[in-house]
Design a protein around this ligand. Structure first.
Ligand code: GAL
Length: 410
Protein backbone atom coordinates (compact mmCIF):
# COMPACT_ATOMS: atom_id res chain seq x y z
CA UNK A 1 0.00 0.00 0.00
CA UNK A 2 2.82 2.36 0.99
CA UNK A 3 4.51 1.81 -2.38
CA UNK A 4 1.27 2.77 -4.17
CA UNK A 5 0.87 5.85 -1.94
CA UNK A 6 4.47 6.92 -2.65
CA UNK A 7 3.93 6.38 -6.38
CA UNK A 8 0.78 8.52 -6.20
CA UNK A 9 2.51 11.41 -4.45
CA UNK A 10 5.53 11.14 -6.77
CA UNK A 11 3.30 11.37 -9.84
CA UNK A 12 1.35 14.24 -8.27
CA UNK A 13 4.58 16.07 -7.49
CA UNK A 14 5.78 15.49 -11.03
CA UNK A 15 2.49 16.77 -12.43
CA UNK A 16 2.65 19.74 -10.10
CA UNK A 17 6.21 20.46 -11.16
CA UNK A 18 5.22 20.15 -14.81
CA UNK A 19 2.11 22.24 -14.20
CA UNK A 20 4.15 24.95 -12.45
CA UNK A 21 6.66 25.12 -15.32
CA UNK A 22 4.09 24.96 -18.16
CA UNK A 23 2.82 28.55 -18.31
CA UNK A 24 0.90 30.18 -21.14
CA UNK A 25 1.99 33.70 -22.08
CA UNK A 26 0.02 35.93 -24.44
CA UNK A 27 2.30 37.95 -26.72
CA UNK A 28 0.95 40.82 -28.87
CA UNK A 29 2.58 42.16 -32.05
CA UNK A 30 1.59 43.43 -35.51
CA UNK A 31 3.53 40.94 -37.60
CA UNK A 32 0.88 39.47 -39.91
CA UNK A 33 2.49 39.52 -43.36
CA UNK A 34 4.03 36.31 -44.76
CA UNK A 35 7.59 37.21 -43.83
CA UNK A 36 6.66 38.66 -40.45
CA UNK A 37 4.58 35.62 -39.47
CA UNK A 38 7.39 33.26 -40.49
CA UNK A 39 9.82 35.24 -38.34
CA UNK A 40 7.72 35.53 -35.19
CA UNK A 41 7.02 31.79 -35.41
CA UNK A 42 10.72 31.25 -34.74
CA UNK A 43 10.45 32.98 -31.34
CA UNK A 44 7.25 31.12 -30.54
CA UNK A 45 8.90 27.82 -31.42
CA UNK A 46 11.87 28.57 -29.14
CA UNK A 47 9.58 29.57 -26.27
CA UNK A 48 7.38 26.48 -26.66
CA UNK A 49 10.56 24.35 -26.56
CA UNK A 50 11.10 25.51 -22.97
CA UNK A 51 7.86 23.77 -21.94
CA UNK A 52 5.89 27.03 -21.75
CA UNK A 53 3.30 28.02 -24.31
CA UNK A 54 3.35 31.06 -26.59
CA UNK A 55 -0.20 32.33 -27.09
CA UNK A 56 0.00 34.39 -30.26
CA UNK A 57 -1.75 37.76 -30.07
CA UNK A 58 -1.14 39.01 -33.61
CA UNK A 59 -3.02 42.24 -34.38
CA UNK A 60 -3.62 42.80 -38.10
CA UNK A 61 -2.75 46.13 -39.67
CA UNK A 62 0.23 48.42 -39.14
CA UNK A 63 1.77 49.45 -35.88
CA UNK A 64 -0.53 52.46 -35.93
CA UNK A 65 -3.48 50.06 -35.64
CA UNK A 66 -1.94 47.75 -33.06
CA UNK A 67 -0.28 50.16 -30.62
CA UNK A 68 -3.48 51.87 -29.40
CA UNK A 69 -4.98 48.41 -28.74
CA UNK A 70 -1.87 47.30 -26.82
CA UNK A 71 -1.74 50.52 -24.79
CA UNK A 72 -5.44 50.46 -23.88
CA UNK A 73 -5.20 46.86 -22.68
CA UNK A 74 -2.21 47.66 -20.48
CA UNK A 75 -3.70 50.86 -19.07
CA UNK A 76 -7.11 49.18 -18.78
CA UNK A 77 -5.84 46.44 -16.44
CA UNK A 78 -5.98 43.63 -19.00
CA UNK A 79 -2.29 43.32 -19.88
CA UNK A 80 -0.73 40.73 -22.15
CA UNK A 81 2.49 39.10 -20.95
CA UNK A 82 4.69 40.70 -23.62
CA UNK A 83 4.17 43.15 -26.45
CA UNK A 84 6.07 44.57 -29.41
CA UNK A 85 6.84 48.26 -29.73
CA UNK A 86 9.36 49.97 -31.96
CA UNK A 87 12.76 50.99 -30.59
CA UNK A 88 12.36 54.39 -29.05
CA UNK A 89 9.74 56.39 -27.21
CA UNK A 90 6.47 54.56 -27.95
CA UNK A 91 6.17 52.95 -24.48
CA UNK A 92 7.68 55.80 -22.46
CA UNK A 93 4.38 56.86 -20.85
CA UNK A 94 3.58 53.23 -19.89
CA UNK A 95 7.02 52.91 -18.28
CA UNK A 96 6.64 56.22 -16.45
CA UNK A 97 3.24 55.05 -15.16
CA UNK A 98 4.94 52.01 -13.59
CA UNK A 99 3.01 49.56 -15.74
CA UNK A 100 6.01 47.90 -17.40
CA UNK A 101 8.41 45.41 -15.83
CA UNK A 102 11.94 46.44 -14.98
CA UNK A 103 14.21 44.00 -16.85
CA UNK A 104 17.51 45.30 -15.48
CA UNK A 105 18.29 42.14 -13.49
CA UNK A 106 17.64 39.96 -16.54
CA UNK A 107 19.73 42.27 -18.72
CA UNK A 108 22.62 42.06 -16.26
CA UNK A 109 22.35 38.27 -15.86
CA UNK A 110 22.30 37.86 -19.65
CA UNK A 111 25.08 40.38 -20.30
CA UNK A 112 22.97 42.51 -22.63
CA UNK A 113 25.10 45.62 -22.06
CA UNK A 114 28.13 43.67 -23.34
CA UNK A 115 26.53 42.07 -26.40
CA UNK A 116 23.86 44.49 -27.70
CA UNK A 117 25.20 46.43 -30.70
CA UNK A 118 24.82 49.33 -31.25
CA UNK A 119 24.48 50.17 -27.53
CA UNK A 120 21.95 52.87 -28.47
CA UNK A 121 19.35 50.09 -28.77
CA UNK A 122 19.52 49.53 -25.01
CA UNK A 123 19.55 53.28 -24.42
CA UNK A 124 16.13 53.32 -26.11
CA UNK A 125 14.94 50.76 -23.54
CA UNK A 126 16.41 52.66 -20.58
CA UNK A 127 14.44 55.05 -18.35
CA UNK A 128 16.09 56.48 -15.20
CA UNK A 129 18.91 53.95 -15.49
CA UNK A 130 16.62 50.91 -15.64
CA UNK A 131 16.11 48.67 -18.69
CA UNK A 132 12.48 48.08 -19.67
CA UNK A 133 12.66 46.26 -23.00
CA UNK A 134 14.41 43.44 -24.82
CA UNK A 135 15.60 44.75 -28.22
CA UNK A 136 15.12 41.97 -30.75
CA UNK A 137 16.25 43.32 -34.13
CA UNK A 138 17.53 46.26 -36.11
CA UNK A 139 15.34 47.37 -38.98
CA UNK A 140 16.26 50.26 -41.18
CA UNK A 141 13.91 52.25 -43.36
CA UNK A 142 16.76 53.38 -45.60
CA UNK A 143 16.14 51.08 -48.56
CA UNK A 144 14.87 51.24 -52.13
CA UNK A 145 13.75 47.81 -53.39
CA UNK A 146 13.87 47.35 -57.17
CA UNK A 147 12.22 44.76 -59.41
CA UNK A 148 14.58 43.36 -62.02
CA UNK A 149 11.50 42.00 -63.83
CA UNK A 150 9.89 45.42 -64.18
CA UNK A 151 13.02 47.08 -65.56
CA UNK A 152 13.89 44.21 -67.88
CA UNK A 153 10.34 44.16 -69.31
CA UNK A 154 10.60 47.93 -69.84
CA UNK A 155 13.96 47.50 -71.58
CA UNK A 156 15.78 49.42 -68.85
CA UNK A 157 18.82 48.98 -66.64
CA UNK A 158 18.04 48.63 -62.92
CA UNK A 159 18.74 52.06 -61.37
CA UNK A 160 21.68 52.45 -58.98
CA UNK A 161 20.45 55.58 -57.19
CA UNK A 162 17.40 57.81 -56.64
CA UNK A 163 18.15 60.17 -59.52
CA UNK A 164 18.42 57.26 -61.98
CA UNK A 165 15.21 55.81 -60.50
CA UNK A 166 13.34 59.08 -61.16
CA UNK A 167 14.83 59.39 -64.65
CA UNK A 168 13.69 55.85 -65.58
CA UNK A 169 10.11 56.42 -64.38
CA UNK A 170 8.57 57.69 -67.67
CA UNK A 171 9.79 54.59 -69.55
CA UNK A 172 8.34 52.37 -66.82
CA UNK A 173 4.98 54.12 -67.18
CA UNK A 174 5.19 53.62 -70.96
CA UNK A 175 5.66 49.90 -70.25
CA UNK A 176 2.52 49.86 -68.11
CA UNK A 177 4.37 49.78 -64.79
CA UNK A 178 3.88 51.83 -61.63
CA UNK A 179 7.23 53.52 -60.95
CA UNK A 180 6.91 53.71 -57.17
CA UNK A 181 4.78 51.27 -55.16
CA UNK A 182 3.47 52.76 -51.92
CA UNK A 183 0.65 51.86 -49.58
CA UNK A 184 -1.64 54.89 -49.08
CA UNK A 185 -0.99 55.11 -45.31
CA UNK A 186 0.66 57.98 -43.45
CA UNK A 187 3.41 55.93 -41.79
CA UNK A 188 4.53 54.71 -45.22
CA UNK A 189 4.38 58.16 -46.83
CA UNK A 190 6.17 59.82 -43.88
CA UNK A 191 8.68 56.96 -43.83
CA UNK A 192 9.57 57.69 -47.46
CA UNK A 193 9.89 61.40 -46.63
CA UNK A 194 12.42 60.66 -43.87
CA UNK A 195 14.37 58.28 -46.12
CA UNK A 196 14.65 61.00 -48.79
CA UNK A 197 15.83 63.52 -46.18
CA UNK A 198 18.56 61.19 -44.93
CA UNK A 199 19.63 60.02 -48.40
CA UNK A 200 19.68 63.41 -50.15
CA UNK A 201 20.81 65.82 -47.40
CA UNK A 202 23.71 65.96 -44.91
CA UNK A 203 22.95 63.86 -41.79
CA UNK A 204 22.85 66.87 -39.51
CA UNK A 205 19.71 68.24 -41.20
CA UNK A 206 17.71 65.14 -40.18
CA UNK A 207 19.06 65.46 -36.63
CA UNK A 208 18.46 69.23 -36.37
CA UNK A 209 14.86 68.78 -37.49
CA UNK A 210 13.93 65.62 -35.57
CA UNK A 211 16.27 65.56 -32.56
CA UNK A 212 16.66 69.31 -31.99
CA UNK A 213 13.17 70.28 -33.26
CA UNK A 214 14.79 73.20 -35.12
CA UNK A 215 11.82 74.82 -36.91
CA UNK A 216 14.09 77.22 -38.78
CA UNK A 217 15.94 74.34 -40.44
CA UNK A 218 12.58 72.61 -40.99
CA UNK A 219 11.41 75.70 -42.90
CA UNK A 220 14.74 76.19 -44.69
CA UNK A 221 16.05 75.70 -48.25
CA UNK A 222 17.65 72.27 -47.59
CA UNK A 223 14.37 70.71 -46.38
CA UNK A 224 12.60 72.44 -49.30
CA UNK A 225 14.55 70.04 -51.56
CA UNK A 226 12.92 67.11 -49.74
CA UNK A 227 9.45 68.51 -50.23
CA UNK A 228 10.25 68.72 -53.94
CA UNK A 229 11.48 65.10 -53.83
CA UNK A 230 8.42 63.82 -51.95
CA UNK A 231 6.29 65.69 -54.46
CA UNK A 232 7.94 63.64 -57.20
CA UNK A 233 7.35 60.48 -55.13
CA UNK A 234 3.69 61.49 -54.85
CA UNK A 235 3.45 61.63 -58.62
CA UNK A 236 5.38 58.39 -59.21
CA UNK A 237 3.12 56.49 -56.77
CA UNK A 238 -0.24 57.96 -57.82
CA UNK A 239 -1.32 54.66 -59.42
CA UNK A 240 -0.18 52.54 -56.49
CA UNK A 241 -3.71 51.69 -55.38
CA UNK A 242 -2.90 49.57 -52.34
CA UNK A 243 -3.09 50.13 -48.59
CA UNK A 244 -0.80 47.74 -46.71
CA UNK A 245 3.00 47.94 -47.08
CA UNK A 246 3.29 44.27 -48.08
CA UNK A 247 0.74 44.76 -50.86
CA UNK A 248 3.05 47.42 -52.25
CA UNK A 249 6.02 45.08 -51.83
CA UNK A 250 4.07 42.47 -53.79
CA UNK A 251 3.80 44.93 -56.69
CA UNK A 252 7.61 44.94 -56.81
CA UNK A 253 7.83 41.16 -56.34
CA UNK A 254 5.49 40.57 -59.31
CA UNK A 255 7.06 43.26 -61.52
CA UNK A 256 3.96 45.50 -61.56
CA UNK A 257 6.04 48.28 -59.99
CA UNK A 258 9.64 49.39 -60.44
CA UNK A 259 10.46 50.02 -56.81
CA UNK A 260 9.38 50.70 -53.26
CA UNK A 261 10.94 52.79 -50.51
CA UNK A 262 10.42 50.57 -47.47
CA UNK A 263 12.19 49.25 -44.44
CA UNK A 264 14.18 46.04 -44.72
CA UNK A 265 11.27 44.04 -43.32
CA UNK A 266 10.28 43.93 -46.99
CA UNK A 267 13.01 41.30 -47.35
CA UNK A 268 10.83 38.79 -45.55
CA UNK A 269 8.26 39.11 -48.34
CA UNK A 270 10.84 38.58 -51.10
CA UNK A 271 12.08 35.51 -49.19
CA UNK A 272 8.60 34.01 -48.81
CA UNK A 273 8.07 34.63 -52.56
CA UNK A 274 11.28 32.68 -53.25
CA UNK A 275 13.10 35.63 -54.87
CA UNK A 276 16.90 35.96 -54.71
CA UNK A 277 18.54 39.23 -53.72
CA UNK A 278 20.93 40.51 -56.36
CA UNK A 279 19.19 38.49 -59.07
CA UNK A 280 15.38 38.86 -58.93
CA UNK A 281 15.50 42.11 -56.98
CA UNK A 282 18.06 44.69 -56.04
CA UNK A 283 18.32 46.83 -52.93
CA UNK A 284 19.79 50.31 -52.56
CA UNK A 285 20.63 51.33 -48.98
CA UNK A 286 20.40 55.09 -48.61
CA UNK A 287 18.65 55.04 -52.00
CA UNK A 288 22.06 54.37 -53.52
CA UNK A 289 22.96 58.00 -52.81
CA UNK A 290 24.52 57.50 -49.36
CA UNK A 291 25.34 54.20 -47.66
CA UNK A 292 23.62 54.68 -44.31
CA UNK A 293 21.16 52.92 -42.01
CA UNK A 294 18.88 54.01 -39.21
CA UNK A 295 18.76 51.84 -36.11
CA UNK A 296 15.05 51.29 -35.92
CA UNK A 297 13.38 48.00 -35.30
CA UNK A 298 11.54 46.22 -32.59
CA UNK A 299 11.72 45.47 -28.91
CA UNK A 300 9.50 43.56 -26.55
CA UNK A 301 8.14 45.13 -23.38
CA UNK A 302 6.68 43.14 -20.50
CA UNK A 303 3.72 44.55 -18.55
CA UNK A 304 3.89 44.02 -14.77
CA UNK A 305 1.87 40.88 -13.98
CA UNK A 306 0.53 39.74 -10.61
CA UNK A 307 0.81 35.99 -11.27
CA UNK A 308 4.20 34.66 -10.07
CA UNK A 309 4.36 31.78 -12.56
CA UNK A 310 3.62 34.13 -15.44
CA UNK A 311 6.24 36.58 -14.16
CA UNK A 312 8.79 33.79 -13.99
CA UNK A 313 7.94 32.73 -17.54
CA UNK A 314 8.17 36.37 -18.68
CA UNK A 315 11.77 36.47 -17.48
CA UNK A 316 12.57 33.32 -19.45
CA UNK A 317 10.97 34.77 -22.59
CA UNK A 318 12.88 38.06 -22.30
CA UNK A 319 16.19 36.22 -21.91
CA UNK A 320 15.43 33.82 -24.76
CA UNK A 321 14.77 36.62 -27.29
CA UNK A 322 18.42 37.68 -27.29
CA UNK A 323 19.93 34.19 -27.34
CA UNK A 324 22.21 33.76 -30.39
CA UNK A 325 20.20 30.89 -31.95
CA UNK A 326 16.92 32.79 -31.62
CA UNK A 327 18.53 35.97 -32.95
CA UNK A 328 19.77 34.16 -36.08
CA UNK A 329 16.55 32.18 -36.74
CA UNK A 330 14.28 35.20 -36.22
CA UNK A 331 16.29 37.86 -38.07
CA UNK A 332 17.01 35.74 -41.13
CA UNK A 333 13.25 35.30 -41.63
CA UNK A 334 12.44 38.91 -40.65
CA UNK A 335 15.00 40.49 -42.99
CA UNK A 336 16.36 42.50 -40.06
CA UNK A 337 19.79 42.56 -38.47
CA UNK A 338 20.52 40.95 -35.09
CA UNK A 339 20.99 43.09 -31.98
CA UNK A 340 24.14 41.10 -31.10
CA UNK A 341 27.45 41.63 -32.79
CA UNK A 342 28.60 38.07 -31.92
CA UNK A 343 26.29 36.02 -34.13
CA UNK A 344 27.15 34.78 -37.61
CA UNK A 345 24.39 35.30 -40.16
CA UNK A 346 26.09 32.92 -42.58
CA UNK A 347 22.80 32.55 -44.46
CA UNK A 348 22.44 36.31 -44.87
CA UNK A 349 21.59 37.33 -48.45
CA UNK A 350 23.16 40.03 -50.60
CA UNK A 351 21.03 42.83 -49.15
CA UNK A 352 21.43 41.80 -45.51
CA UNK A 353 25.19 41.66 -46.04
CA UNK A 354 25.11 45.21 -47.41
CA UNK A 355 23.31 46.23 -44.23
CA UNK A 356 25.71 44.37 -41.94
CA UNK A 357 28.69 46.03 -43.66
CA UNK A 358 27.20 49.52 -43.26
CA UNK A 359 26.30 48.83 -39.62
CA UNK A 360 29.80 47.53 -38.83
CA UNK A 361 31.20 50.75 -40.34
CA UNK A 362 29.14 52.77 -37.86
CA UNK A 363 27.27 54.68 -40.56
CA UNK A 364 23.96 54.88 -38.76
CA UNK A 365 21.46 57.41 -37.47
CA UNK A 366 18.71 57.07 -34.87
CA UNK A 367 15.32 55.95 -36.14
CA UNK A 368 12.57 58.60 -36.10
CA UNK A 369 10.85 56.78 -33.22
CA UNK A 370 13.98 57.25 -31.15
CA UNK A 371 13.76 61.02 -31.68
CA UNK A 372 10.16 62.24 -31.73
CA UNK A 373 7.12 61.45 -29.57
CA UNK A 374 4.20 59.35 -30.80
CA UNK A 375 2.05 62.47 -30.79
CA UNK A 376 4.44 64.40 -33.05
CA UNK A 377 4.84 61.36 -35.31
CA UNK A 378 1.06 61.13 -35.73
CA UNK A 379 0.77 64.82 -36.65
CA UNK A 380 3.52 64.50 -39.26
CA UNK A 381 2.00 61.33 -40.72
CA UNK A 382 -1.39 63.04 -40.98
CA UNK A 383 0.24 65.91 -42.88
CA UNK A 384 1.75 63.47 -45.39
CA UNK A 385 -1.57 61.65 -45.82
CA UNK A 386 -3.16 64.97 -46.77
CA UNK A 387 -0.28 65.90 -49.07
CA UNK A 388 -0.49 62.62 -51.00
CA UNK A 389 -4.29 62.69 -51.18
CA UNK A 390 -4.59 66.31 -52.36
CA UNK A 391 -2.25 67.23 -55.23
CA UNK A 392 -3.41 70.86 -54.94
CA UNK A 393 -1.26 71.10 -51.78
CA UNK A 394 2.07 72.49 -52.98
CA UNK A 395 5.45 71.42 -51.53
CA UNK A 396 5.79 74.95 -50.17
CA UNK A 397 2.45 74.81 -48.31
CA UNK A 398 3.28 71.38 -46.93
CA UNK A 399 6.68 72.58 -45.73
CA UNK A 400 5.13 75.54 -43.89
CA UNK A 401 2.82 73.18 -41.99
CA UNK A 402 5.74 70.80 -41.41
CA UNK A 403 7.81 73.55 -39.79
CA UNK A 404 4.87 74.53 -37.55
CA UNK A 405 4.56 70.94 -36.31
CA UNK A 406 8.32 70.73 -35.66
CA UNK A 407 8.16 74.05 -33.76
CA UNK A 408 5.71 72.44 -31.28
CA UNK A 409 7.24 68.94 -31.40
CA UNK A 410 8.35 66.99 -28.33
C1 GAL B 1 7.64 48.31 -38.29
C2 GAL B 1 8.32 47.17 -37.56
C3 GAL B 1 8.72 46.07 -38.50
C4 GAL B 1 7.71 45.79 -39.57
C5 GAL B 1 6.90 47.00 -40.02
C6 GAL B 1 5.69 46.69 -40.86
O1 GAL B 1 7.25 49.27 -37.37
O2 GAL B 1 9.49 47.61 -36.92
O3 GAL B 1 9.02 44.91 -37.72
O4 GAL B 1 6.97 44.72 -39.25
O5 GAL B 1 6.53 47.80 -38.96
O6 GAL B 1 4.74 46.05 -40.15
Amino acid sequence: MKAIRNAFWASTALCAATAVSATELEVTHWWTSGGEAAAVAEIAKAFDATGHTWVDGAIAGSGNTARPIMISRITGGDPMAATQFNHGRQAEELVEAGLMRDLTDIAKAQGWTEVVNPPSLLDSCTVDGKIYCAPINIHSWQWLWLSDKAYTEAGLEVPTNWDEFVAAAPALVEAGKVPLAMGQQGWQQKGAFDVLMIALLPNDIYLKVNRDKDAEVAAGPEVAKIFEAISIARDLSKDSNVQDWNQATNMVITGQAGGQIMGDWAQGEFAVAGLTAGEDYHCLPGLGSKEILTTGGDAFYFPVLKDEEESAAQAELAALMLEPAVQVAFNLKKGSLPVRGDVDLEAANDCMNKGLKILSGGDSLPDINQLISSDTRTQLEDLLVEFFADTSITPQEAQERFADIIADAD
